[in-house]
Design a binder for this molecule. Sequence first.
Ligand code: DOR
Ligand code: ZN
Length: 346
Amino acid sequence: MTDAPTRLTIRRPDDWHVHLRDGAVLNGVAKYTAHQFARAIVMPNLSPPVTTVEAGRAYRERIVAAAGPGFTPLMTAYLTDSIAPDEVARGHSDGVFTAAKLYPAHATTGSAHGVTDVANIRKVLERMEAIGMPLLVHGEVTDSHVDIFDREAVFIERTLAPLVRDLPGLKVVFEHITTAEAAAFVAESGPNVAATITPQHLHINRNAMFAGGIRPHMYCLPVAKREHHRLALRKAATSGSAKFFLGTDSAPHAVGAKEASCGCAGIFNAPYALESYIAVFEEEGALDKFEGFASLNGPAFYGLPVNEGTVTLEKAPVTVPDVIDANGTPIVPFHAGETLGWRFIG
Ligand code: DOR
Ligand code: ZN
């Protein structure tokens, strides 16, 4: 029997799903993602959303200025009912848009301009299939008659399964999956279908939102589900399957916007993202699968090279602060006040 490792060095990882916001908050949060990751897929749900090549290019410049050298933001186009296939394709061929994001209208934060029916973007999706541009999907139905805990599973049936069947050549990332049904759907689909998994959905189930009182900092969308779903996600993430990769969905909101009568959805996990994920892989006895999940599977799916260089984590206690000052905006991070077992060295 070999001793459990106390240090782990992996290829430098990427975050395949992050919200970096804009303005002062961008300048306060970008450094956390850039510290741990070489590249990140940046979500376009700004206000107004990133729906043109010019907006994507300008946002990319602001991110590069905020993050400093050594970090590459990979931009996404925000799909609307009326976005032109030519605009999306031009963004891709110009090297501005790596992918395009489908937000069902009113599914989550910043989705008011999203798609009301995927039939409305059929031509865009056909074009993306033809040029090999990945579609990133927020997979929840928005029908208020569907229970919030069922919205992801129902989306698979009503929207995603037919989409994947009709456009088999389209690369699809099912973002931030939260259910056993989503993990199974991805595992059973062809090689063009993959998924990101967040740290919070590996750590918490829905009880965390109600532990001793209402816990707004445990609320994100898709919402955390029952324990058996969390266990299925852990199994998928640590399985070694190349279809599952790291995407934090780090989504910073000011403390006051979370602790409110109608608090925003989103968990800010970027500052301790790798420390959070590696705890799960250690608990599952799967540290040997961590590099694939964090650093190899994402690039393989997107058709990008793996990063040069490495990062190292070591077993040592790290206490997460109660609050982080993001350039003047106080934000409560995931694991606030907890002590994690691994330290990111760099
Ligand atoms: O919890 C979430 N927050 N889910 C999303 O889909 C959007 C995100 C945000 O932008 O705050
Ligand atoms: Zn997101």
